[in-house]
Design a protein around this ligand. Structure first.
Ligand code: PMP
Length: 388
């Protein structure tokens, strides 16, 4: 039987592939970005309590009121953003579903959608499933700064939207106010919708600061902000995410959501609502702990022949395998790393429309316990002596 041409062109997710190889080889998995520690105990209790209290049937489609209210409070507390929990929020099955629904709701077949590459791997397939056209703007090492002229020259009469991910997976860039203002100016001038993927909003390293794109002048009416409990609360398996935006855009997103998953897992709405209301000390703790984890992995990688790029936010470190690749692509090198050194990473070629652009770059995740990172560091030291 025939399968859809678009879907037929998709390969297996690199994250699943590298995780399976890591498991089979007993490698330390710094590939896929999931923590090897639990969410805060208070959230575990809240999820169990919600189950015990009978929150086990379909949630309100666009999210239980308690979570929508907590999302609105959080937006006001951290960004001074005023949103109406009844009309401006749609809770989804992770940020992934929010992205999917936003693209389905706001983009037409044939429209062009700008992505800033290297890009998180779901954007391009999602855009293609809407039969729209992804248009990449490439961030170039070593500083991965946004080239505003490139962005301007990529705009055509068919450009409809731009996906802006900050803090950025995989480079760790936290876009500066100047970069975000340049993006905002382009959006306003060309009447574009911005889809702001801010799932790493609380993982930002001093002195960098996360700025919510929707709070810049002229952006609130044209921005859909996507976030999730996955990263802030180390709860990737709970798949509790959301989209925030003006009523007209969010209503369209809700329409897609009601016919996609209808609702996401109810007990986690209660637990994540409690998380979003935690005191400031919790969020400061997240930042401090990730700063320590970053230090351990950065030091380990700096002792290897890899060229390492220091992240400003999120929980990944990009490295260039250049001189030690011996003709291997990043993909081949990552397989070799698993087999020879016992550490898994992700090749960056899958984050580019043209894989050649990221051929010598790889990504290591540091959302792991310090012990795990130290164990990986002991193995990575071998890179200094292994010749291939
Ligand atoms: N956006 C980015 C940039 C991500 O890195 C991830 C998870 N790796 C997601 C969205 C997906 O988030 P969720 O697990 O909440 O669907």
């Amino acid at each position: 039987m025939r399968v859809s041409g678009v879907v037929g062109s998709f390969g297996n997710s690199i994250f699943s592939e590298m995780s399976a190889l890591a498991r089979a080889a007993g490698a330390i998995n710094l590939g896929q970005g999931f923590p090897d520690f639990d969410p805060p105990a208070q959230l575990l209790d809240a999820a169990c309590r919600a189950i015990g209290e009978g929150h086990n049937q379909y949630a309100v489609s666009h999210g239980e009121p308690i979570l929508r209210e907590a999302i609105a409070e959080h937006a006001a507390r951290w960004y001074g953003q005023r949103i109406a929990p009844d009309t401006d929020v749609c809770v989804t099955c992770g940020a992934s579903e929010a992205l999917w629904c936003a693209l389905q709701a706001l983009v037409e077949p044939g429209d062009e959608v700008i992505v800033i590459e290297p890009t998180f791997d779901v954007y391009v397939p999602d855009i293609r499933m809407v039969r729209a056209v992804p248009v990449p703007i490439t961030l170039v090492p070593p500083d991965f700064r946004l080239d505003v002229e490139r962005l301007r020259s990529a705009i055509t009469p068919r450009t409809r939207a731009i996906i802006v991910n900050s803090p950025h997976n995989p480079t760790g860039r936290v876009f500066s106010r100047a970069e975000l203002e340049a993006i905002a100016a382009v959006c306003i001038e060309h009447n574009l919708v911005a889809i702001a993927d801010e799932v790493y909003e609380h993982i930002v390293f001093s002195p960098h600061q996360h700025i919510r794109l929707a709070t810049l002048d002229g952006m609130s009416e044209r921005t859909v902000t996507v976030s999730s409990g996955a990263k802030t609360f180390a709860a990737t398996g709970w798949k509790c995410g959301w989209a925030i935006g003006p009523d007209r855009l969010t209503t369209a997103i809700r329409r897609v959501h009601q016919f996609t998953t209808f609702a996401s897992a109810t007990p986690f709405h209660y637990a994540i609502a409690e998380g979003l209301r935690l005191p400031e000390s919790y969020f400061a703790g997240v930042r401090d702990e990730y700063t320590q984890r970053r230090t351990v992995l950065l030091e380990a990688l700096r002792h290897t022949p890899l060229a390492v790029f220091e992240p400003e936010g999120a929980y990944y470190i990009v490295a260039d395998i250049g001189t030690m690749a011996n003709g291997m692509t990043g993909y081949q090198w990552c397989r070799w790393l698993i087999e020879t050194i016992g550490v898994a990473a992700i090749p960056l070629e899958v984050f580019y429309l043209d894989p050649a652009a990221g051929r010598t770059l790889v990504r290591f995740a540091f959302c792991k316990r310090i012990e795990t990172l130290q164990a990986a560091a002991e193995r990575l030291v071998e890179l200094t002596v292994v010749q291939r």
